[in-house]
Write a protein that binds this ligand. Structure first.
Ligand SMILES: Cc1ncc(COP(=O)(O)O)c(C=O)c1O
Length: 456
């Protein structure tokens, strides 16, 4: 089949134009649903259309509905951008179209996962023998880690959960931070535990789990126990007091899981490292690469100290699968998916390009810009910064008023200089700013802070 180079060039041109527009583009949405539908919706045809025309129509029709979340002044949720090197590797991943499920379907994908596994463990300085899986995001990383935890704690209680299921199994105590991310809760649901079984532990004014509250709860419990802590509260960036939590978990022989969607990357920074010391004593960790490591969606990483529990909770076998019995990595042993994208290629490119110091600089830069934003906003007497700025998250309130705070969020979103969202923090409406893009410059922060202050 001849390669349609003009078609690929056309797509490349659309992509380049989009990337070039990012620094100055209106950051939020520019069209409503009806307009987008009018631009994109056509009756399903019998015979299809020319490929080039379809690509042009898609690019034109989607444009006004695209959010510049890959750009330098998008501060919504916790959404990273894309390093050029990871975009390039992601393009190759698409073209190579490898099914990265087992070694046999793509030896290159398998070997690259092996390499990235080692790099990630080194960057985050976590136990080097851990199991590592490359999943779609932190939701699936939490799910996979907690499946391994379920296996681990029940195995110790003499129960093989993969074989026998949960009906009749010893009860598992499920202890979660009161500030746990919703994806920890949904993971528990998917694992068959049910949300009614979750036992929340009180947090402090920054959103950190209180060790004394954890200790008091565990003293009342017996039997298999999983504790879900977090490194990087989705609102405040606060990191749970890991050394204390780990010591308490170990005293009670509980499995300690850490949701570190973005906060775990503080491990890669020498200056931030003291904040997150002790996290290495946990049993499992979930993090994202599409957030702070700035690789394209979708990319999350699960890490489990007990690699046997990790593998046992995920692996499957079938007569037709030519799985390896040797050193080769079958990726499906570590993730819930079967057929899957070569998700480690962009990770490989990003980490190899940045190196240890490059990753550190990117993380440090995000934190510095968040502090800069807080300082610029704080100068206005109508602004209150609600919590400590420890990582890349800033929580802002205006005029001590829920109404004004929500109105400012809406006005800033409409203005389009930057984009950020609203939240409720301990009963108070707040603006939530997350600096997760490798491109965000001091000037971007200055422009954005001015736009926010103009909107009060
Ligand atoms: C602390 C935390 N955990 C989990 C998640 C879920 O991650 P993902 O959306 O990549 O599945 C997020 C997303 O913001 C998060 O901040």
């Amino acid at each position: 089949m001849p390669v349609d180079e003009p078609l690929l060039d056309r797509a490349r041109q659309h992509a380049v134009r989009f990337l070039e527009s990012l620094p100055d583009r209106h950051v939020g949405v520019r069209a409503d649903r009806d307009t987008l539908l009018r631009g994109l919706s056509v009756p399903l045809s019998d015979d299809g259309e020319a490929a080039a025309a379809v690509v042009d129509a898609l690019a034109a029709g989607a444009d006004r509905g695209l959010i510049a979340s890959a750009g330098p002044r998008y501060f919504g949720f916790v959404i990273g951008g894309t390093l050029p090197v990871s975009i390039a590797a992601d393009w190759l991943t698409t073209v190579w179209d490898q099914n990265s499920g087992i070694y046999v379907t793509s030896p290159a994908a398998s070997v690259v996962e092996d390499i990235v596994r080692e790099w990630v463990l080194e960057l985050l300085d976590l136990p080097r023998t851990s199991g590592v899986g490359f999943v779609t995001g932190c939701q699936m990383a939490n799910f996979t880690a907690l499946a391994a935890a379920r296996h681990g704690v029940l195995r110790r209680a003499g129960w093989n959960v993969e074989e026998r299921g949960l009906a009749g199994a010893p009860a598992v105590n499920l202890v979660v931070s009161a500030e746990s991310h919703i994806t920890v809760i949904s993971s528990m649901r998917l694992l068959g535990f049910g949300t009614a079984a979750l036992q929340p532990v009180e947090t402090d004014d920054q959103g950190r789990m209180k060790p004394e509250a954890l200790r008091a709860l565990l003293e009342k419990l017996s039997g298999p126990t999983i504790i879900c802590s977090q490194a990087g509260n989705v609102n405040t960036g606060a990191i749970d007091p890991m050394p204390e939590l780990a010591a308490i978990a170990h005293e009670h022989e509980a499995w300690l899981h850490v949701d570190g969607a973005f906060g775990l990357w503080a491990r890669a920074s020498r200056s931030l490292r003291p904040l997150i010391d002790g996290v290495e004593f946990a049993d499992s960790w979930a993090t994202d690469a599409h957030k702070w490591l700035n690789v394209p969606y979708d990319s999350g990483i699960v890490i489990v100290r007990d690699s046997a529990a990790h593998r046992a909770s995920m692996t499957v076998a079938a007569a037709y699968l030519e799985q390896t019995a040797g050193v080769e990595r079958d990726e499906i042993d570590w993730v819930p998916e079967f057929s899957r994208r070569g998700r480690a290629f962009p990770l490989y490119a990003a980490i190899r390009h940045l190196g240890r110091r490059g990753v550190e600089a990117m993380i440090d830069r995000g934190c510095a810009r968040a502090k800069q934003m807080a300082e610029l906003l704080r100068k206005d007497s109508r602004v209150e910064i609600l919590t400590d700025v420890v990582l890349n998250q800033v929580l802002v309130r205006f005029g001590r008023s829920d109404e004004l705070t929500r109105a400012v969020v809406t006005r800033v979103q409409r203005d389009g200089t930057c984009w950020l969202g609203g939240t409720t923090w301990h009963g108070l409406a707040a603006m939530r700013i997350s600096v997760s893009n490798w491109m965000t410059s001091e000037e971007d922060v200055e422009r954005s802070a001015s736009a926010i202050l103009r909107s009060i």
